[in-house]
Design a protein around this ligand. Structure first.
Ligand SMILES: *Cc1c(COP(=O)(O)O)cnc(C)c1O
Length: 426
């Protein structure tokens, strides 16, 4: 069969190996995010093209045809069918593999990534804390199918056996508090069990769970990896090549692949991951320091907060906010926490209002925060958390800090508190 340009079609269906040149590993993450997929460039485009094809032409050289079942090469050299691999998602996986320091596999959502991890590991027991409510939905499904037993996160190590799983979310939803990854890795490994870390709240740039003993890293790529509130995505990463191959194979039959458009958006997004996440995390820490100083009466050391920290403002904040939680406030955990999160403590924090009425009303009094669930986008979000999680107290507000000027967000919160306090007294 003849078609336009013979070899060109082969070049476009680029080699689906996600492994970048070894030299790329020497670069800093910001550089890797721009160049980890250079080995997949086969045409002059600077911005990668969006490939929508579900099927790809086989080689025109009959000698090179590898019939199904012929494993003389572990991976075919070109894409075949998009439920297996496709150019945009492979390119995204190549960048994520470098940033996560393992082999990354993408999925249609964070929950489908967790599902794939449980199908693969098939533990008899899973030790899991509160965390993101949706993960418990997946665990419950697996329980229904396999009888897997659910244990609390603080279960005794002796309750775990070989092949079991500790599922650790850190920082954890909704509070943004962090757990010691190494401690849980040692606990799991002492029993021949595995540690899966849901690192959605602490993406590359903030923490590297493999450095502290994680066996699998899971992400809802919908959040920071996507970063623009416009793509659903899940990611698993492993440092074991044998596990990676099985995960890829399993995904072909689970069918929970990331769409090509999402793969394309994801590439656009990860280019700026480091910039966004560091800025958002820094913004969050400044806001939390200010709020905590106001609520607790401790002095705020944050430069630039002097005017906003007047005693009148402190009284105002205290009228609306009872308590703030964020990993930056875990003063007693600094010894391990500063090793685990050396570049910042994550962009999500929680605050408890002094009444349910205030928690319910605050989001609608703010101008720079959308009242919406989710997190990780460049825009600041606030959520009265009872809207999506029935397991939390009705005074809880979850905040996902965006890339706006933190002084502007702080002042917006302040005017929101003022509006609520005024309504309460009038
Ligand atoms: C959002 C989220 C998930 C689920 O991810 P989806 O992409 O929505 O499926 C899992 N874990 C955490 C911590 C999350 O924030």
């Amino acid at each position: 069969m003849s078609h336009n340009g013979g070899t060109t079609s082969q070049q476009l269906a680029a080699i689906p190996d996600t492994k970048p040149d070894a030299s790329v590993r020497a670069y800093a993450p910001e550089t890797q995010a721009i160049h980890a997929d250079d080995h997949l460039n086969t045409n002059p485009d600077v911005a990668p093209a969006l490939h929508v094809s579900t099927t790809f032409r086989y080689t025109e050289d009959p000698e090179k045809l590898r019939p199904v079942g012929d494993d003389s090469e572990s991976l075919d050299e070109s894409h075949i069918y998009s439920r297996v691999t496709a150019p945009n998602t492979t390119r995204l996986e190549s960048i994520l593999s470098t940033l996560l320091k393992g082999r990354a596999v993408t999925y249609s959502s964070g929950l489908s990534a967790l599902h794939a991890a449980l199908v693969f590991l098939n533990p008899k027991k899973i030790s899991i804390g509160d965390g993101y409510h949706g993960c418990h939905g997946v665990v419950d499904l697996q329980q229904r199918l396999t009888g897997m037993k659910k244990l609390p996160l603080d279960c005794a190590a002796e309750e775990l056996g070989p092949g079991d799983v500790i599922h650790l979310e850190t920082p954890v939803n909704p509070t943004g508090l962090a757990f010691n990854i190494q401690k849980f890795a040692e606990k799991a490994h002492s029993r021949g069990a595995y540690l899966v870390v849901d690192a959605t709240f602490g993406p590359p740039g903030l923490q590297d769970p493999f450095a502290h003993g994680a066996d699998i890293i899971m992400h809802s790529g919908t959040k920071y990896i996507g970063g623009h509130s416009d793509m659903l995505c899940g990611v698993l990463a492993t440092q074991r090549e044998d596990w990676w191959k099985v995960l890829l194979d399993d995904r072909t039959y689970l069918g929970s692949v990331l769409g090509s458009f999402e793969g394309w958006l994801g590439i656009r997004s990860v280019r700026t991951l480091e910039l966004r996440v560091r800025r958002q995390s820094d913004n969050a820490s400044r806001l939390v320091a200010w709020l905590d100083a106001m609520v607790s009466g401790r002095p705020d050391q944050t430069p630039g907060n002097d005017a906003a920290s007047s005693s009148a403002n402190a009284a105002l904040v205290r009228k609306i906010v009872a308590r703030v939680a964020h990993a930056s406030l875990q003063h007693d955990d600094k010894a391990w926490l500063d090793k685990q999160m050396p570049n910042g403590y994550g962009p999500v924090f929680s605050m408890w209002a002094t009444s349910e009425a205030f928690a319910r009303a605050l989001p609608s009094r703010l101008k720079l925060f959308h009242h919406a669930t989710s997190l990780g986008g460049v825009e600041s979000l606030i959520e009265w958390r009872r809207m999506s999680d029935k397991g939390v107290v009705p005074t809880l507000l979850r905040v996902s800090v965006g890339v706006e000027s933190w002084e502007d967000i702080r002042d917006d919160l302040l005017q929101g508190f003022k509006a609520l306090a005024g309504e309460a007294t009038s």
